[in-house]
Design a binder for this molecule. Sequence first.
Ligand code: IMP
Length: 524
Amino acid sequence: MRQDDGAEFISASLGRTQKGRVSLAHYYTEPSHTFAEYLLVPGYSSTECFPANVSLRTPLVKFHRDEEPALTMNIPMTSAIMQAVSNDTMAIALAKQGGISFIYGSQSIEAEAAMVSRVKNYKSGFVSSDSNISPDTTLGGVLELLAKTGHSTMAVTEDGSANGKLVGIVTSRDYRVSRMSLDTKVATFMTPFEKLIWADADETTLTQANDLIWERKLNMLPLIDKNQRLRYMVFRKDYTDNKENELELTDSNKSYIVGAGINTRDYSERVPALLAAGVDVLCIDSSEGFSEWQRLTIQHIREEYGDTVKVGAGNIVDGEGFRFLANAGADFIKVGIGGGSICITRETKGIGRGQATALIDVCAERDKYFKETGIYIPICSDGGIVYDYHMTLALAMGADFLMLGRYFSRFDESPTDRVMVNGTYYKEYWGEGSNRARNWQRYDLGGSKKLSFEEGVDSYVPYAGALKDNVETTLSKIRSTMCNCGALTLPEFREKAKLTLVSSTSIVEGGAHDVILRDKLGRD
Ligand code: IMP
């Protein structure tokens, strides 16, 4: 694809090379395309091809052709290394479905390690309270918190903290908004501690907690320590949830698998802290991965820990970038520059490449590298996924897994506030290169130690509910399309996929067209 012909010629007006020859820029002969410009052409599907038979298992880190990968995922989804996306709550929710979150690195080393540690120490079914109030909180404050989090059960602790002394519980059954002043203090309408049924956090198993919930007809059981401090809550609604997660991703201790972002600046302190917290896999988070900084970071990790610590690198958008990171020792490689929904890198700096073209190019290089060396390096397609079918296309084009920001930011489990505008709920979502995130390490090319200009925006996305429900729907679409193409595994899908570019008119043909939708006419 790279066109070198005529790239060198003699000219007096342009800068001369040493030989008196002048190098012109390299031109790629093909335009770069994005996912929306492609479709899959179905292939033969046998009677064996039905969605329940499809496996979405995929490798996360490199492996030799004769060996099994050290880490795999049960679904090909990771959540983006972003403040607005990947905290411990997101990581737990995604691991329950079989994917992996990379906890954001644009926070202090201690705070990031604490998030990792909360994921690793999480006991399925035991929830750490994230909606806390104190006896002095007003009803107005309760309603505000409810709108933000959607959680109607709130623990009342003496100091309003997540692990403070438990003094009561508030649920929507404790107040009537139409009859009470918004200034009413929680202390006057909460169910006080003396009337609560609780259990000892150190001595209660999940089965015992669930039994108590059923016997005493509770919606939630608080678990407290010897000093009455709140440790966990166990919810009735999670009971079925805990039983249903067949694909959940755990290590040999039954703790959820979690990843974490690192940067190319403070790795000598950040990496050991994350490892001590129990992180399973690292990823260098950078807007541009074809750089000596990344090579040095990987080299440091190899010198300190050999191959035992797994680290992904990126982002790159062509075969040359892939080779660089492969030779540097990356365990997986991320593709994508400028395609993210909150990203303005292409507009600001004029760098990037259509995500589909970048992915196809890099996957071809990965396959070539595999033939040459016997080492398979998984490719992650990062950014620019808008519709579920874009995920299917990315997998067909060769991605082993996907990294998604906007997609996950819309769910209950993302760390951002939910806000209501004109009767509709939205969640906040901002780029790591925005002034809000101030993640200078992601964009630093050496020495500036601050964001000189923004490469991302601060925005809202439509709120979409629980992660589990959305992921299940998305995966059922992917499995269904794979069946249409006659594939039961991701490698088979890549092999069998037939992709076609579509014209702009045929994109119109692909949506509902030339009809008036019923709801537009105001009819049911
Ligand atoms: P999305 O899934 O389309 O929202 O893209 C998410 C991806 O965008 C992330 O995984 C990052 O690679 C990238 N990204 C995150 N923040 C920024 C930013 O501020 N500018 C440019 N790219 C960003």
